[in-house]
Write a protein that binds this ligand. Structure first.
Ligand SMILES: [Zn+2]
Length: 125
């Protein structure tokens, strides 16, 4: 058994990041989420479960939990604001929805054109 568990988890985290970026690039290239990009995400999920690691922020924010596709607004997901509840709804083509509160979306780095960002830019001018 390898003693350095910390090093193993760092390597796993690096590999997960690389797999997610490959899946994102593939989705952008094909203009849809195909089987290969879903396979990349599936491998990343298997690594997370094997090493019993928490899902990273990138994986939580960008991956559909039901169909394993990388969510890219305008390609395979739609974005709408539920202003009365104060959250953003990302709806995947498979029908699954991800709800992100405005403040969380701003800190996670979702698209810079969110309503929260526009308000802050308007105040500066
Ligand atoms: Zn989906």
């Amino acid at each position: 058994m390898i003693k350095n568990q910390k090093l193993l988890k760092e390597m796993a985290q690096e590999r997960i990041g690389r797999l997610l970026s490959m899946a994102k690039a593939r989705t952008l290239e094909q203009r849809k989420s195909d089987a290969l990009s879903k396979r990349y995400v599936n491998i990343a999920k298997n690594i997370v479960s094997h090493y019993k690691m928490p899902k990273g922020k990138q994986m939580k924010a960008e991956v559909c939990s039901s169909c394993d596709s990388v969510l890219i607004p305008g390609i395979n997901c739609s974005v709408r604001l539920a202003s009365s509840y104060g959250y953003i709804v990302y709806r995947c083509k498979c029908g699954a929805e991800k709800h992100v509160i405005y403040r969380e979306a701003a800190s996670k780095g979702f698209g810079s054109g969110t309503a929260f960002d526009r308000e802050s830019k308007a105040r500066k001018c």
